[in-house]
Design a binder for this molecule. Structure first.
Ligand code: IPM
Ligand code: MG
Length: 371
């Protein structure tokens, strides 16, 4: 199979984690005889520095013309701490999601028992957590009109949803629920927000077409606590854009670190894959960032190409490293391995190098000695 993949390294740790994902894709290409052609494009703070625009036209065109897009991360503190800036790195990603019509963001969250002892949560609470968050991605408060009064003392962000926007992502969530444990939880704030009431009404109507799926409805504040206290009750979660951003970041504690979580943004015809973590500028260039979110996003990209065996092989290799304690600093601040070491290890496992050949010397050398 031959595929053209647009790659956007972005900012902070974006380049280093994305390079590991590409290393893994190249290993897959070697083993299964595929050809992946990459085109490297600009977005975010690095694009602003080069062109003044967080999403140059060339990036949009290339992403629309490729079979899939892989993104690292965008963002830079010099914009975060300056509320007066009107051009921001995040605008690049938001505009790209919109331009590619990526209305659904699929964020799988699961716990790893071998990491339970490193978690802030109790091991019993972590056992068997397996949640599929389906976040609406191109509507709501993120994309409504924004205003700031001339005197700078009044600001608004409009939250708009229409029935079609809700229906298309809801159908996708029901499809997932059908193929999984048959449960869908719709999370909203229908006791306060009109948009949430439209969500609830629309989802209730759609639910009649999926009798085999059990649906329950939960207010987002309640869901924020239930997610931590009783995570196993969640199977598929359907959620609007901003609440989905927040709760998926909260749910990342189950994996051990936000650095582990991948996502797929899909729509009609286009797809983009990105870890859910941010640019983490403090770690940039230090080879300490967790590459698993990016690598597992590459596995989702393989699934999207219908390369199921290949995606499975990546996930198995990832699980092997986790299970054997080869983790980055965010997971284990004492005994940690470097970003590139983990990437090499996973690529080696894919090409069927036995674990004993995994540059054992390098691993020992690079292992932290702060015990
Ligand atoms: C995410 C991120 C983005 C979002 C930012 C970078 C715009 O937090 O993908 O979760 O809020 O959607
Ligand atoms: Mg987020």
């Amino acid at each position: 199979m031959e595929k053209k993949i647009s790659v956007i390294f972005g900012d902070g740790i974006g380049p280093e984690v994305t390079k590991q994902a590409i290393k893994v894709l190249d290993a897959i290409a070697r083993v299964y005889n595929h050809r992946f052609r990459y085109e490297y494009l600009s977005m975010g703070a690095e694009a602003i520095a080069k062109t003044g625009d967080p999403l140059p036209e060339a990036t949009i065109e290339a992403c629309l013309a490729s079979d899939a897009t892989l993104v690292g991360a965008v963002g830079h503190p010099r914009f975060d701490n300056n509320p007066l800036t009107t051009v921001r790195p995040e605008q690049g990603l938001l505009r790209l999601r919109k331009a590619m019509g990526l209305y659904a963001n699929i964020r799988p969250v699961k716990s790893y028992t071998s990491l339970a002892h490193l978690s802030a949560l109790k091991p019993a609470q972590l056992e068997g957590v397996d949640i599929m968050i389906i976040r609406e991605l191109t509507g709501g408060i993120y994309f409504g009109q924004k205003t700031l009064s001339d005197d700078g003392n009044r600001a608004t962000d409009e939250c708009i949803y229409n029935r079609e926007e809700i229906e298309r992502v809801a159908h996708l969530a029901f499809q997932y629920a059908k193929q999984r444990r048959g449960k869908l939880t719709m999370i909203d704030k229908a006791n306060v927000l009109e948009t949430s009431r439209l969500w609830r009404k629309t989802v209730q109507e759609i639910a009649t077409q999926y009798r085999e799926v059990m649906v329950d409805y939960m207010f987002v504040d309640n869901a924020a606590t239930k997610l931590i206290l009783q995570p196993r009750q969640f199977d598929v979660v359907l959620i609007e854009n901003m609440f989905g951003d927040i709760l998926s970041a909260e749910a990342s504690v189950f994996g051990g670190s936000i650095g582990m979580l991948p996502s797929a943004a899909i729509g009609e015809g286009h797809a983009l894959f990105e870890p859910i973590h941010g640019a983490y500028p403090q770690a940039a260039g230090k080879d300490i960032a967790n590459p698993l979110g990016a690598i597992l996003s590459a596995a989702m990209l393989l699934d999207h190409f219908n390369l199921k065996d290949e995606a499975g092989k990546v996930r198995l290799a990832v699980e092997w490293t986790i299970h054997n304690g080869f983790v980055t600093k965010d997971i284990d601040p004492v005994n940690f391995y470097f970003t590139t070491t983990i990437g090499d290890m996973i690529a080696d496992l894919i090409v069927d190098k036995s674990p004993s050949e995994l540059h054992e010397d390098n691993i020992q050398l690079r292992k932290s000695t702060i015990i």
